[in-house]
Design a protein around this ligand. Sequence first.
Ligand SMILES: Nc1ncnc2c1ncn2[C@@H]1O[C@H](COP(=O)(O)OP(=O)(O)OP(=O)(O)O)[C@@H](O)[C@H]1O
Length: 273
Amino acid sequence: MTTALAPRPDAGTTHGARVRLEGVTRTFGRGRDARPALAVLDVDVAPGELVVLVGPSGCGKSTALNLVAGFLEPTRGRVLVDDVPVRGPGVDRGVVFQQPRLFPWLTVRDNVALGPRLAGAGRRERTELAQATLELVGLPDAGDRRPWELSGGMQQRAAIARALVGRPRVLLMDEPFAALDALTRERLQEELLHLWATTGTTVLFVTHSVDEAAFLGTRALVFSASPGRVVVDHRLRDVPAPGADDARDRDRDDPATAAHREVLRTAVRGSAA
Ligand SMILES: Nc1ncnc2c1ncn2[C@@H]1O[C@H](COP(=O)(O)OP(=O)(O)OP(=O)(O)O)[C@@H](O)[C@H]1O
């Protein structure tokens, strides 16, 4: 294990935060142009859960994630992370987007070290932190390279390292593997499960894919559009006990996962109707 992301603090506790959206709505535009993107959203995510947000295009999944990230404010209602209202972006919440969004003029290590640098960490501390986090995501030797020298999968691993370097208590992922080839995508899904089990971080993960949702989540929220709302809240599996990495044994072809996939597929089809 590395220093950047030490295991969960104590047996029986988790590093992840509780996330709550209470009566949250979000409207874009004003007056006649006002368009509600999210109807009332009431969601309570337990510490350490991996909740997947799935649904058709335009149903408000990214909007919900951006509200938790603090990039957007709710029109009504409150977003709480461990009972503290979200007032803007913060180091307690790491964000990974569909595109890696790394700065091409910085080395991979300096990209990962940027957050600690902005937070005032000294060169040595932030370099060690970035290197440890790169090791955690399987990129021990990539630190001196530029982002454009890496494959798409490696770039996305670096983006995950950048999100994890501050040891966030919530990891927000907006279709992070959608632009990758199928094999890389499966590999990164498995790596994410391992990282999640290792760190105990609460994860909110947006995807269009019911396969991905059924394989990754402890719970899936199925959204429908116009305006966006949660139509199905489906329990997939238990949160692993602190310190246990049973995600390692997860099988995408087992009957339970296949059954969940069908439940989600039916729900998503219904929500798009
Ligand atoms: N900044 C914005 N300004 C105006 N409208 C927005 C903005 N962000 C999102 N919307 C609108 O809100 C609705 C929900 O968008 P959102 O991106 O949250 O959906 P989504 O489910 O994530 O879609 P996709 O799966 O295609 O990414 C859409 O109608 C979208 O056009």
